[in-house]
Design a protein around this ligand. Sequence first.
Ligand code: ADP
Ligand code: MG
Length: 774
Amino acid sequence: MSRGTCTGARGATGGPEATEGQPASGEPPETAGRDTVAGEGKTLARLADIPVSEVRRIGEKRASPLAELGIASVLDLVTHYPRRYIDRTRRAEVAEMLVGEESLVLATVESVSSRRTRNGRAIVELDVDDGTGRLKVVFFNQGWRSKQLQAGTEALFFGKLDTYKGRRQFTNPVVDLVGNRTGRIVPVYPTSERTGIAGWEFGEWVAEALRRAGRLEDPLPARWRADLALIDRTEAFSQIHSPESFEELGRARRRLAFDELLRLQIEVVMRRAAAERDALGIRHVVEAPAGTVGLVEAFVAQLPFALTEAQRHAIEVVRADLAGGLPMHRLLQGDVGAGKTVVAVCALLVAVQGGHQGALMAPTEVLAEQHYLSVRELLADLSVPDPGRLGGSRPLSVMLLTNRTTARERARLHEGLVSGSVDLIVGTHALLTDEVRFRSLGVVVIDEQHRFGVEQRAALRAKGRDAAGGEGADPDLLVMTATPIPRTAAMVLFGDLDITELDQLPDGRAPVKTIWARSEADEEEAWRVVREEVAAGHRAYVVCPLVEGSERIQARSATDERERLASGVLSGVRLGLLHGQLKASEKEGVMAGFRRGEIEVLVATTVIEVGVDVPEATVMVIEDAERFGIAQLHQLRGRVGRSDLPSWCFLLGGAQAPSRKRGGELLAPDAFGAEGTVGANARLEALERTNDGFELAEVDLEIRGEGTILGSRQKGRSDLKLASLRRDRPLLEEARRVAESLLEEEPGLLALGPLGEEIRLFVGEEEADYLLKS
Ligand code: ADP
Ligand code: MG
């Protein structure tokens, strides 16, 4: 008998037969022979209006466990897609299963026991038998399994066979209660057991809902369906829930995934069009008057280094945008250390040169402060023309605005912005408040991970327009990603922006050698390297463990950590301390001391994550590294390797490490929740393996899933349930092509027709109004 296989919805279409696309296998039984006529079938919006309790057999009683899954309407129900599919003909027998391999068995529960660990977590243990052998099945943190899987229950178990104390077992396998379902391919629905809903029951509800819905309107024009070999929507919904074959499943999934991507891309191209629709751009003067040296040229000339080719190119592209009549809308992507700040500053300087102002916005106070410090330092020697002054110029003025800015400073700042005596302002979202008005806002740079929402976009535009007594215009916009994101994700998240990549690091950078210190000996080695480097006149960072709680608690723990190191492995070394609770002036003092070498090792919280720039720093030690995300670790590592000196990054901790004592508190390793530990180790391994931020971004996407990246995007309904930005790249590109061509050729269809209705449903009313206005 062949070993069991189990295929995730995405995996099922991984093969060429699915992605190449094939014509539909035939008409669906209920709709055979009928053509889709616009307006005839039910739209998704209509399905969204029907409460799920109206589906026969669900009723009011079963509606509440469904609500727990976020399923309120028939649309929610039918788009709650199976998480995976089990091919029943490919079951394994317990006697034949091999350790380390994934298999699927159909077995009967013989006995159940449940207990709790000392810290209160539930463990449920089963003995199951399939007639050929016995197997132990263990669930952690799933106390409800003891009710679900009582003795005598027959169920499918899918997982990777492991051993514990010499016995073969399944740990946290996927479970499907078989019920009396027939058919070769059994869909398994996400988290349905937790709510007491069995998979077979769920499947029946979906089938009933789809039967009742009948024919669904297909909003995709037939010629596109033919062109892309996509099956009809009604058919796709029915087949994704109960496929006859994996080929059929592949086609259904491809169609529905395409719809998700198309909605996204329509939104994106419409946003773009909306932004351009009634734009009042500024044609910036990018060339200095004859005989004078432009601000950008002066700035570049005084830099202690030559620009990389990539920077030069990016600056040219940005200047061309700025010179043009439409407001710039550009994303600048570049790995840590690629030198994005220099490009951003050039953009801001073009504004200043033409008599406008520039703003640089960061997502957090700490980042804003860091940016402020680096921009101020970069521009220290520059002055702007001022005919009214002796010598015809004055120093360029850069100010900082965050929620920490005192009322008095703030008042001064507001005045300076209105009068124009402040040229550049760096700040947080505080920049968007009503009191902040500009004399003439020309360029805005946003350094962010999150998407800029409608309100902020509007606020920003207003800042430009309200300037100059209402005579202002729309500022040009440059968005920098603090961490690179995969191009596919960028196409979605920042799809309405033009993208420029800084795909080159400055010359002479020696790659950072990254070592995941798995053992105590590795850890000792890390501290030895720190002492050695310090002795050689270089510097090191130690990033403290992340602790739960407030900034204050984090600061406290950093202080303790410094004590611990000072009286231990780093005794005799000059240690400094940096955390978010220090005043700006104190922080500056500490950083200055570190730069000069008076402080040799800086013990810090993640305050140093971005922006800190000390070329002599050659070692980065990150404690309890498993607590940080990939992007954050990569950013932290980016603080070293900023010169031609060889440098190191040591990642301490990891899921397998024994718990270590820290400041009197015992930090338990994250041993529960298999995903957690696997994820943490995979992260550390990835960091060890590569220095390439784009590659890490892909890994991150893989480990975390796309929900997290897209999480901040959705204002309306959550979409992208099937489509994968990684695996469906070609489909995403098709969707972009279709969206662009629809917008060009049939804009009415997007605004009004069934597609328009669907966009409205998925992006939310407010956003849709903005997109569809005029
Ligand atoms: P990021 O892209 O990560 O924001 P930064 O703008 O902070 O990078 O630049 C990283 C460091 O590299 C800074 O110290 C900056 O001054 C320096 N730098 C920028 N461009 C160059 C260059 N062309 N050659 C050498 N060093 C550069
Ligand atoms: Mg930066």
